[in-house]
Ligand binder design. Structure first.
Ligand code: LLP
Length: 431
């Protein structure tokens, strides 16, 4: 199996963190997102321990909650000592409501509204990452109006080519995020930011992309960022104290994926930061990381009920399920690959090759093509693995499908952490 928390019971059922997936589907209905709490906690600790052992604890891991935002998840990561990266008023609201301390929150966004900036200022968000010059002016005015000085970072495009899908690559010049280094724009932004009386520029941020399977692009980002901090010191006499190196470590979606363990990635980044600081006689900065996918991705499984199987001779076999792009749009968007199996036939070999289709009115509504699966029949429970990140958070009500429930499993026990939407929820805002 893809992850050690996935096992097969004597009955031949898939077990997730000790809980029987077939039973979960029966009790809670499908589609159902299942998350394994112990796995989430282990990932949090994994990140933390590297900062502690390699960098004397001079850093903060902020869970990038765009991967999956719900109150229980903020509670879990907070109890593990993590902060949170939020990218909208909605994520900020959810994090605060769950008890995440505002000072441990990093607020992102390339197009924040005044209301979102106001909310960040009023609630005392620890660091606001500013993306563009108009935002600096707006934030300064908002902070000045309430007599506050707010801590900011600047989002930098370090110009690093990370080998991942172009939609989730963000560090290159042609990106809508942040200030480019190569053009001198970033240095101008530092100058502009430090001139505002109600903004305190504490550092710089970059995020080179997502689902990155190699170590070197991250290490290079560390070097580039420290070199730029040195350049800022030389050009402007400002010594920035913090660097935020974003998220992006890749995870295992299919058997052939071979991601570097994130501990290795963080170790390589820290080594690169330290070496560049030594080389430039620059004081070692406080370091922030924002992993999302690598905290929750592997901990999630989605369960569906098989509704029908359609064999189109000499073309393909469709296995049709009761969810689809409304709960997992990632194949439709990025042709993302997943492993799947039938939870009630988990002990049997996967002898068929199928296309898993969803229930939405759209031919592109697929969970995957060319997927290996046990012979499926209506009523079987299909488990799609590695769906903890960017599934629930990117779910929609397309075709007015209610969003699915999330259950959290811990040591074999399951509890609902997000209720299934009802049809009443669907019409709640209709007038
Ligand atoms: N920090 C910033 C500023 C980000 O933009 C992101 C992701 C992260 C941290 C977390 O990255 P992670 O560790 O999860 O790779 N919807 C796409 C992924 C978009 C990622 C956007 N930014 C997907 O389903 O693959």
């Amino acid at each position: 199996m893809l992850y050690p928390n996935l096992t097969v019971s004597n009955e031949g059922h898939l077990q997730i963190g000790g809980a029987d997936a077939v039973q979960l589907a029966k009790t809670h209905g499908t589609p159902l997102y299942v998350l394994d709490e112990n796995m989430i906690r282990e990932s949090c600790r994994g990140f933390h321990s590297v900062i502690d052992s390699e960098y004397g604890g001079r850093g903060l891991i902020c869970y990038a909650s765009k991967a999956l935002s719900c109150m229980e998840l903020y509670r879990i990561v907070h109890s593990e000592g993590l902060g949170a990266d939020v990218v909208s008023g909605g994520e900020l609201f959810t994090a605060l409501k769950a008890g995440m301390p505002a000072e441990k929150i990093v607020m992102h966004g390339n197009s924040k509204s005044d209301a979102e900036l106001q909310m960040a200022v009023d609630t005392g968000v620890g660091r606001i990452v500013c993306d563009n010059l108009p935002e600096l002016a707006r934030l300064n005015a908002i902070a000045a109006a309430v007599g506050k000085t707010v801590k900011i970072m600047l989002r930098i495009k370090p110009g690093i080519d990370a080998h991942t899908h172009s939609f989730i690559q963000t560090g290159q010049i042609d990106s809508k995020f942040g200030f480019a280094l190569e053009t001198g724009e970033a240095l101008e932004a530092v100058k502009a930011a430090s001139a505002y009386s109600n903004l305190e520029l504490v550092g710089i941020h970059c995020h080179i992309g997502s689902q990155i399977l190699e170590t070197e692009p991250f290490a290079e980002a560390g070097r580039v960022m420290v070199r730029f901090m040195d350049e800022v010191r030389t050009a402007l006499g400002i010594t920035l104290a913090e660097v935020n190196l974003g998220g992006g470590p890749g995870i295992r979606y299919v058997e052939s994926d071979d991601p570097k363990p994130f501990s290795e990635i963080v170790r390589a980044i820290l080594a690169a930061v330290k070496a560049t600081c030594t080389e430039r006689s620059f004081p070692e900065p406080f370091v922030l990381f924002e992993p999302g996918r690598s905290i929750v991705g592997g901990a999630g499984v989605t369960l569906y009920t098989v509704m029908a199987k359609k064999v189109i001779p000499n073309v393909r076999t469709y296995v049709l399920v009761d969810g689809g792009m409304c709960d997992n749009p990632r194949y439709a968007l990025y042709q993302s690959q997943y492993e799947a199996l039938l939870a009630n036939k988990a002990g049997q070999p996967r002898t068929e090759t199928v296309t898993v289709g969803g229930k939405c009115c759209e031919s592109g509504d697929l969970i995957g093509e060319g997927m290996a699966l046990q012979p499926a029949e209506p009523g079987d429970i299909l488990a799609v693995l590695t769906t903890g990140a960017y599934n629930y958070s990117m779910a929609s009500n397309y075709n007015r499908n209610p969003r699915a429930e999330i259950v959290m499993v811990k040591d074999g026990e399951a509890r609902t952490v997000v209720r299934r939407e009802s049809y009443e929820d669907i019409v709640r805002n209709d007038i």
